[in-house]
Design a protein around this ligand. Structure first.
Ligand SMILES: *[C@@H]1O[C@H](CO)[C@@H](O)[C@H](O)[C@H]1NC(C)=O
Ligand SMILES: *[C@@H]1O[C@H](CO)[C@@H](O)[C@H](O)[C@H]1NC(C)=O
Ligand SMILES: *[C@@H]1O[C@H](CO)[C@@H](O)[C@H](O)[C@H]1NC(C)=O
Ligand SMILES: *[C@@H]1O[C@H](CO)[C@@H](O)[C@H](O)[C@H]1NC(C)=O
Ligand SMILES: *[C@@H]1O[C@H](CO)[C@@H](O)[C@H](O)[C@H]1NC(C)=O
Ligand SMILES: *[C@@H]1O[C@H](CO)[C@@H](O)[C@H](O)[C@H]1NC(C)=O
Length: 261
């Protein structure tokens, strides 16, 4: 057996028996890095489907299902320096129990990308680090926690009831949006925007800062920078600028790449 195969076998065996501590203690680290478990903060990253496709270079790659009408989950990301474990397998059947919710709240907006492949990518990239925490110590648990948090931070509702409505004409001051979100999230969030072809700053993501125990908080850390960009298909996301107003654009199912043109 090769070294890699041996590691894979050992990790799988450990996980199948629920012996997650073995993973934590570094048995899987031959295939990973030793930094993947010592994170202290995580980000619940929510994306607005209306603007998601604006920043994507490939102008034919997006598709927003008609059933998607609200903020969706991009991911639940432990803030860490190293890469996570690629030796912790996930199968579609692991998620059967919450698939209807994931389909609604965590869809892939990339044409032809089966939702499960999006979930699997997120698990491999981020979930396997999150899995060091017992409460997220399996694929199902990890996705359940993300869904629970998405429901807890019901921003569709709070935006709607505060009169922040989608529009291609009306834009909002940074402080107007913060004024609505702060009662729900304190200061524990970032707003990210993309610039559309007409120069509008369109709100695309909300990153909610959490401690490892899923409570709000966690000061910004140095090592965040590396993972702070929107890594999706060369999307050009950035922190929403404070010197200009922000557009909360409607979802345009026919032309998601240019919702306002
Ligand atoms: C994880 O541990 C490494 C090495 O001890 C350290 O450099 C890094 O800052 C730690 N990361 C976090 C998020 O604590
Ligand atoms: C853009 O996406 C489409 C799928 O929608 C794909 O067929 C095409 O190869 C992509 N183009 C580039 C340049 O990546
Ligand atoms: C979207 O959010 C609104 C406002 O909270 C809610 O009334 C509606 O049921 C949601 N729609 C879907 C499809 O989840
Ligand atoms: C969650 O973790 C933070 C930071 O470690 C701590 O201050 C807070 O008391 C914890 N909250 C709960 C409910 O355990
Ligand atoms: C992102 O850009 C790099 C360099 O410009 C390119 O090699 C890569 O294929 C692009 N990725 C996607 C998914 O478009
Ligand atoms: C806002 O500030 C950025 C740099 O901080 C600058 O590039 C941009 O042109 C400014 N926009 C406006 C509308 O003043």
């Amino acid at each position: 057996m090769s070294y890699d195969k041996h590691i894979l076998w050992a990790c799988t065996a450990a996980l199948l028996t629920g012996w997650v501590l073995t993973y934590d203690n570094g048995l899987c680290s031959g295939a990973v890095t030793r930094h993947s478990c010592n994170w202290t903060c995580m980000h619940l990253t929510l994306q607005w489907p209306g603007s998601f496709c604006i920043g994507i270079n490939n102008k034919t790659i997006c598709k927003i299902p008609q059933t998607v009408q609200n903020w969706t989950i991009h991911g639940l990301w432990p803030v860490r320096t190293g890469h996570c474990c690629d030796c912790w397998p996930i199968y579609h059947s692991h998620l059967q129990e919450i698939e209807p919710e994931l389909t609604q709240l965590w869809p892939s907006l990339i044409k032809g990308k089966h939702f499960f492949y999006f979930w699997r990518d997120e698990w491999i990239k981020h979930g396997t680090c999150a899995g060091c925490e017992e409460s997220m110590g399996s694929p199902l648990l990890y996705f359940q926690v993300a869904v629970k948090l998405r429901k807890l931070f019901d921003i569709d509702n709070i935006l709607e009831s505060s009169g922040i409505k989608t529009s291609c004409d009306v834009s909002y001051k940074h402080d107007d949006i913060r004024g609505v979100l702060t009662p729900l999230l304190g200061q524990n969030y970032d707003l990210q925007c993309v610039t559309d072809s007409e120069g509008r700053e369109a709100w695309i993501q909300l990153k909610v800062h959490l401690f490892r125990n899923q409570t709000l908080g966690c000061p910004k850390q140095e090592q965040e920078q590396k993972f702070d960009r929107l890594s999706w298909f060369n999307s050009t996301g950035h922190p929403c600028p404070k010197n200009t107003t922000i557009f909360y654009v409607p979802i345009n199912y026919e032309n998601p790449h240019e919702p306002c043109n």
